[in-house]
Design a binder for this molecule. Structure first.
Ligand code: ADE
Ligand code: ZN
Length: 341
């Protein structure tokens, strides 16, 4: 009988919540800093890694936005994404919908073309690793909505290469409703929509993301569990939640993974998925998130298989491709002799 960690290693996955800038490992920060002549405030890779201790989302974001300043050229964005795809392939990620933060780069003089060209070149090469890639630019909610609106207009030349827009950065005091206009505009351009909500913010923000931004998915969504009506609606509509256990642990959403709400979400019939968020900062890529949360919550083989299926069902892949993935997971389940209980 296969162990749970073995099962996790074997199953194909879609990663639906990873910020590509959050995959920037300390080693690569130093490498790119040297290449680009950027001086760092840390003496060594180890010193930088040691600084990755956060008590909340804002403490993390303060370091995250500084770290990404080493990304300056098309090649830097290519190298960043290429390193992530190589890492993800080892975890049997077969489809990745990656977030990036255009404003965090254009705000310091890097052009949108530099960012997107590098990411697209890496996405194209990822097919050699057996990974399909969709790109999702996110608006920074700590900046004015007007800034998000001009950012969206600057993205229109790349519309065919983008699948959705997202909303991220500091959540508390930055309600989704402030971004209604830009999300409406994205919808009119044919883009899907996702938003971080209920990571630190109240269930009301999840409600706004659904009702005002008309999102197709909720990123995190943990605090939705505080509102039973919201849970019923998310379950009835099978709105995917892109859950990130190690992120929640490292940013103080839960103080112990044993308290993580993932099992509760599955029990409530929610379409929960497991993802890595900012793996270079939070101590693990997607399989490590699966392993740690499975161990803490004593997830069954059936739960793990369900989460693998959910990752494709919750993706923006077309319906036939989703069905094909679900079927191939079922075939693998039989080959591996996974019991259905
Ligand atoms: N940007 C990168 N990671 C994020 C997170 N976990 N929440 C909000 N914004 C982010
Ligand atoms: Zn995130």
């Amino acid at each position: 009988m296969l162990s749970i960690p073995q099962l996790i290693s074997e199953l194909p996955k879609a990663e639906l919540h990873v910020h590509i800038e959050g995959t920037l490992e300390p080693e690569q920060v130093f490498e790119l800093a040297e290449r680009n002549g950027v001086s760092l405030n840390f003496a060594s890779v180890e010193a930088l890694r040691k600084a990755y201790v956060f008590s909340d989302l804002q403490e993390f974001l303060d370091i995250y936005y500084v770290g990404m300043q080493v990304l300056q050229t098309e090649r830097d964005f290519y190298d960043l994404a290429q390193a992530y795809f190589q890492r993800a392939a080892k975890d049997k990620v077969r489809h990745a919908e990656i977030f990036f933060d255009p404003q965090a780069h254009t705000g310091r003089g890097v052009t949108i073309d530099t960012v997107i060209s590098g990411l697209l070149r890496a996405a194209s090469d990822a097919s050699k690793l057996g990974i399909t890639v969709y790109l999702i630019p996110c608006f920074l909610r700590h900046l004015p909505a007007s800034d998000a609106e001009s950012t969206l207009e600057s993205l229109t030349p790349y519309l065919q290469q983008l699948h959705a827009v997202g909303l991220d950065s500091s959540e508390l005091d930055f309600p989704p409703i402030d971004f209604k206009n830009v999300f409406d505009r994205a919808a009119s351009l044919g883009l899907r929509r996702v938003a971080h909500a209920g990571e630190e913010g109240p269930p009301e923000y999840v409600r706004q993301a659904l009702d005002e931004l008309h999102v197709d998915r909720i990123d995190h969504g943990n605090r939705a569990l505080e509102d039973q009506n919201l849970v019923s609606e998310l379950a009835a509509r099978q709105v995917p939640l892109t859950v990130c256990p190690l992120s929640n642990l490292r940013l103080g959403g839960v103080s112990d993974l044993k308290d993580h709400p993932l099992k509760q979400m599955l029990n409530a019939g929610l379409l929960a998925t497991v993802n890595s968020d900012d793996p270079a900062y939070f101590g693990g890529y997607v399989n490590e998130n699966f392993r740690r949360v499975a161990e803490a919550l004593q997830l069954s083989a059936a739960d793990i298989v369900q989460l693998s299926k959910n990752s494709f069902i919750g993706s923006f892949l077309d319906e036939q491709t989703k069905k094909d993935w679900v079927r191939s997971i079922e075939t693998l389940e039989q080959e591996l002799g996974v019991s259905a209980e």
